[in-house]
Design a protein around this ligand. Sequence first.
Ligand code: GDP
Length: 139
Amino acid sequence: SNDYRVVVFGAGGVGKSSLVLRFVKGTFRDTYIPYGGGHLPPGHAFILVYSITSKQSLEELKPIYQQVLAIKGNVEAIPIMLVGNKSDETLREVETKDGEAQANQWKCAFMETSAKTNHNVTELFQELLNLDKKRNMSL
Ligand code: GDP
């Protein structure tokens, strides 16, 4: 089937909608429309987004990761990407190496992106699919 669900998690304001909008439509908007998510929706691949300008937003991903782990059992079997968005911002609270360290601990892939400048956005979704292929091949 052509149904492939990518679930995007993250605290309010980290840029989830912006990343998706940038990827799907190639546009970026400055207005912020908050979206309140419920419990874990079914997905084939997961993107966990924080903002590099907020340590708190990385902290908030921890219970979400635990939830994915609890539901999926083995996270190495599914494509998961930890994403530090707003890499264009200069007021950085989370260093690249700290994002990498968290991803290593979670055994998931890592990337820094900017929905604003379109940095690594296509690469993010491409890499997610690559992870899926690698995983399918190693079954
Ligand atoms: P969401 O709540 O996670 O979906 O966040 P949004 O996509 O609505 O973005 C929240 C705010 O951050 C908006 O004002 C966006 O314009 C801004 N934003 C999103 N991505 C970026 C980015 O990569 N860089 C910068 N500087 N701002 C961003």
